[in-house]
Design a protein around this ligand. Structure first.
Ligand code: MN
Length: 235
């Protein structure tokens, strides 16, 4: 903590007393509000029980994925931003603030991965998949020709992401699109609006499917994907 000390304060007894009281209360000298130590970002709770996605995604996978991987990104992020101005921003603003900055890659990777994972959990639900809500279905048909064609492209894109990354359904200029991103990259920093995502890092499926990424992706789309969440994000 830094604060001015010296003859001015010493000469101004009243000011000194106020300043002392202010420091104790976390208020800056001169009565200006002092930046409170920002609380670390917290991990949002999983929107379902850790066994609720089985057998498509086991409780074992969820335990590691949420409790170790997602938590790990968040813990790293909180360490990297502690005491900086970034610590006072909501997560989405942190991602935006450091995206594309060569000296902030570590912060970006951990912030974007924290955001991507929270978004991924909401993209899934027990007894998901099935028929999309009518408004989303209409957009799928307008953009891809049919719901099946949309699902097929989402699966092919997620499976086709080389190495670690994400498959996404996004809105772009009034149309739906399917895109993939590598590693921590996220459409959040683009002009596209993310609607839902599928994590295709190996840690998302390897305990349950080993190398069979396509089986994991297809099972997620058929049985877990949360179309209502996508529609909600369309706004
Ligand atoms: Mn992951």
């Amino acid at each position: 903590m830094t604060h001015p000390q010296g003859p001015v304060l010493a000469a101004d007894r009243r000011g000194f007393l106020l300043a002392s009281a202010g420091l104790a209360a976390g208020v800056a000298l001169g009565g200006l509000p002092r930046r409170a130590q920002a609380a670390p970002l917290a991990l949002p709770p999983l929107p379902f029980a850790d066994n609720a996605l089985a057998p498509v995604i086991s409780a074992n996978t969820l335990g590691f994925h949420y409790g170790k991987h997602h938590m790990g990104y968040l813990t790293n992020l909180n360490k990297l931003i502690a005491g900086t101005e970034l610590a006072e921003l909501p997560l989405e603003k942190i991602v935006a603030a450091v995206a594309g900055k060569a000296d902030k890659v570590g912060i970006f990777n951990n912030a974007a991965q924290t955001w991507n994972h929270s978004f991924y959990w909401k993209s899934l639900k027990p007894q998901g998949g099935g028929e999309p809500p009518a408004a989303l279905k209409q957009m799928m048909e307008a953009s891809f020709g049919s719901v099946e064609a949309c699902k097929k492209e989402l699966a092919a894109t997620a499976v086709g992401q080389f190495a670690s990354g994400w498959g996404w359904l996004v809105a772009d200029g009034g149309k739906l699109k399917v895109v993939k991103t590598g590693n921590a990259d996220t459409p959040l920093t683009s002009s596209m609006k993310p609607l839902l995502t599928i994590d295709v890092w190996e840690h998302a499926y390897y305990l349950d499917y080993q190398n069979r990424r396509a089986d994991y992706v297809n099972a997620v789309i058929d049985k877990l994907i949360n179309w209502e969440f996508a529609l909600h994000n369309l706004g």
